[in-house]
Design a protein around this ligand. Structure first.
Ligand code: ZN
Length: 362
């Protein structure tokens, strides 16, 4: 799909607005509607796959939802049911090879990437040993995640076990595999009963572990799905400061970002985690929504990432790879008048506040 270019006139108009608003800036942190976000509590750590790290020890940009490891099993699970199998199987994706991912990561670290949250889990064939290797060989802080993805990828236990059993299993696996987050936890365009069960289970797992959670809503863009997820979390009594509703950047029929504002007012994080793709549509729309949110005082709730797993866009293929957000999307935000301080907030401070947690006493 063709990328709709961000109109220069539109951008200049917004920029002029920013300048015209005076020293405070139209897109500044100051806004009467801003929520006061929670500061990082004393004793909070960010849990990488190798060690627990104080948030202040992490330098560079933090990306809260990318992919560093998939198994071939994932591509098979996501193949549409009736799609014909190619006569000769395609070559393995770069993401199945830790050596190739390591090269990609090294290059993106040169462009300021300091931490990546891997958005996969057992459902997706994520290899936790690969994640460790990638972190050890590059020095990148890597956060491993866990949970369940979508109905199409669920293992049988989702249907057969009780919610309590599933929560217990997640709490155990989180400790055993050093998960630093739950994610990506998805729902289909029409949420299935099992998916509803998984969201209730995940809410309880967040309460038991204090781990943050980021979700997946359909890439086709689904306002109702985002609100449905929010409803389950709020009914379960989860602290919404622990929850990021994901792929909100794919909602293209909400120019005022009203869905996003509803989530932010409930205290949740806004996942703009599909931005900057050369091959994807609509950075102009995504920039526009972010401007609306900044204007409404919600810059303290925005998280950016690219959900990267795109072979054609790897650095090896001339793309921006894991520095897609920093090198492709941030310049568009700046061009639209977003201040450096706000960008730093979205790339450094906000993800630290989202990811840092106080482990419960055993
Ligand atoms: Zn996703």
């Amino acid at each position: 799909m063709a990328d709709r270019k961000f109109s220069r006139r539109e951008a200049l108009g917004l920029f002029a607005g920013a300048v015209g608003a005076g020293a405070a800036g139209r897109w500044s942190t100051a806004s009467l509607m801003a929520q006061t976000p929670g500061a990082i509590p004393a004793g909070a750590i960010i849990r990488t796959i190798l060690k627990d790290v104080p948030p202040s020890a992490i330098n560079g940009h933090l990306l809260f939802h990318e992919h560093l490891s998939f198994g071939a099993v994932f591509f098979e699970k996501m193949r549409p049911a009736n799609a014909p199998r190619p006569a000769t199987p395609p070559p393995p994706s770069y993401i199945e090879s830790p050596e190739r991912v390591i090269e990609e990561v090294k290059a993106s670290m040169q462009q300021g990437i300091g931490l990546i949250v891997d958005g996969g889990h057992a459902d997706m064939g994520t290899n936790y040993e690969h994640l460790k290797l990638i972190s050890e060989r590059t020095g990148l802080h890597v956060i491993a995640s866990g949970g369940y993805y979508l109905q199409t990828t669920y293992p049988p236990e989702v249907a057969t076990q009780s919610e309590e059993q599933l929560v217990d299993g997640l709490v155990r696996d989180a400790a055993r595999q050093r998960w630093g987050a739950f994610g990506e936890i998805g729902s289909s365009p029409t949420m299935t009963n099992d998916e509803r069960k998984v969201f209730r289970v995940m809410a309880q797992a967040v309460k038991r572990t204090n781990l943050p959670l980021y979700s997946h809503t359909p890439h086709s863009g689904c306002k109702g799905c985002a609100i449905e997820q929010l409803d389950i979390f709020t009914k379960a009594g989860v602290d919404m400061n622990k929850i990021c509703i994901g792929h909100l950047s794919d909602i293209f029929d909400d120019p005022n970002a009203d869905t996003h504002k509803t989530i932010a007012r409930a205290g949740g994080w806004l996942g703009f985690d599909t931005v900057g793709h050369r091959l994807g549509p609509g950075d102009s729309v995504k920039v526009g929504m972010i401007l609306k949110l900044i204007e409404a005082g919600f810059e303290d709730r925005i998280l950016l990432a690219s959900d990267f797993a795109s072979e054609p866009e790897t650095k090896a293929n001339g793309g921006a790879g894991y520095s897609t957000v920093s090198t492709v999307f941030l310049p568009k935000l700046k061009y639209a008048g977003v201040k450096d301080a706000t960008i730093t907030k979205m790339m450094v401070d906000n993800p630290k506040r989202f990811l840092a947690f106080v482990p419960p006493k055993a």
